[in-house]
Write a protein that binds this ligand. Structure first.
Ligand SMILES: Cc1cc2nc3c(=O)[nH]c(=O)nc-3n(C[C@H](O)[C@H](O)[C@H](O)COP(=O)(O)OP(=O)(O)OC[C@H]3O[C@@H](n4cnc5c(N)ncnc54)[C@H](O)[C@@H]3O)c2cc1C
Length: 296
């Protein structure tokens, strides 16, 4: 095992690039070390937080008074149409490796940031493909009992940006995805991936964000459209801004604080409620220094 780092800047570990320091920080490459890390947190009576790529989390300006465990495990095994992966595998690696083997439909996730663990936690997806559509089973660690179990994907009750893990706090160690042989040639698959990348570039801003900040209240009422109709595109608080290109993207223009982003999110929420009577709820979680995960 490597050493646990002290006072790690969380800005460097999330796509918003905001947040203070974590008292303790560990980069977990071997999942077998996880129980020891949880024991360390328990012994010290501090909270822990499992971090993937940090693309759906807002850290507090005051940081985190506990142990952040950044999951960088990366094993991936492909057997015919079944893929077994460590939860720390990046979605982009999963896409590339499976497409290389002539499998489908993960080409649809071209450009989706994050790790497999993060994707399962929030049932991530795009272009008509959600995690629940292809996930077969997961191996979970119960942090309270230390027990490890393999369960079918059904156990997770995956729904729009939601899973049972948000309540149970179980940790995903491994996942098995069921794919199929692609009917498309490798060139055709690559063409689709290039188009999807282009599509993202056209619709979404470049810059520091966590993707869509709010869940869509309904298919008819996407959060971005509501924020746009409330006249908030381009609105700034400190160094944070609601993107001019996509109303549901909150951006760190460089030097923003977590507080700036939260103020902007609350403003969007208030205005949308006042104008349309609809409640926006964040997809992004806010982690407070004591380890509580909140939504705006
Ligand atoms: C530019 C941009 C575009 C995006 N586009 C999309 C999109 O099209 N579709 C979409 O769904 N999302 C999108 N997102 C949001 C984000 O990429 C996803 O939510 C992603 O799945 C988060 O993965 P992560 O590894 O970064 O998770 P993190 O942000 O690191 O963590 C998110 C949550 O998952 C938990 N978690 C992480 N790993 C585990 C584990 N192994 N076991 C248990 N819990 C775990 C964490 O504790 C945390 O609560 C986008 C984000 C960005 C920045």
């Amino acid at each position: 095992m490597q050493d646990i780092k002290l006072k790690e800047d969380l800005k460097n570990h999330c796509t918003f690039q905001v947040g203070g320091e974590a008292d303790f920080f560990y980069e977990l490459s071997d999942l077998k070390d996880l129980p020891l890390l949880l024991k360390f947190a328990k012994m010290k009576k501090i909270p822990y937080f499992i971090l993937g790529k940090g693309s759906n989390i807002l850290f507090d300006d005051k940081g985190f008074r506990g142990l952040v465990i950044k999951n960088i495990s990366e094993n991936i095994t492909i057997k015919t149409t079944t893929v077994e992966v460590d939860s720390g595998v990046s979605v982009s690696k999963l896409v590339m490796e499976t497409v290389k083997k002539g499998l489908s439909p993960l080409e649809k996730w071209m450009g989706l940031p994050g790790t497999v663990g993060g994707a399962i936690y929030g049932n991530a997806g795009c272009n008509g493909l959600e995690t629940k559509d292809i996930l077969k089973s997961v191996t979970l660690l119960n942090p309270k009992t230390g027990k490890i179990k393999k369960v079918s994907a059904k156990y997770l009750a995956l729904k729009y940006r939601s899973s049972k893990l948000k309540k149970s706090n179980e940790i995903v160690l491994k996942a098995v995805f069921q794919l199929k042989k692609s009917k498309l040639s490798s060139t055709e698959q690559k063409k689709i991936m290039a188009e999807l990348s282009q599509n993202r570039l056209q619709k979404q801003p470049l810059g520091l964000s966590s993707g869509s900040f709010f869940k869509n209240p309904s298919l008819k009422n996407p959060a971005g459209m509501l924020i746009d109709k409330a006249g908030l595109k381009g609105k700034k608080v400190g160094k944070a801004q609601i993107s001019e290109k996509h109303g549901n993207f909150l951006l760190n223009l460089g030097g923003a604080t977590s507080t700036d982003i939260l103020k902007l999110a609350k403003l969007a929420k208030q205005q949308v409620k006042a104008k349309f009577g609809l409640a926006l709820i964040s997809e992004v979680q806010i982690l407070d220094p004591k380890g509580k995960r909140k939504l705006v």
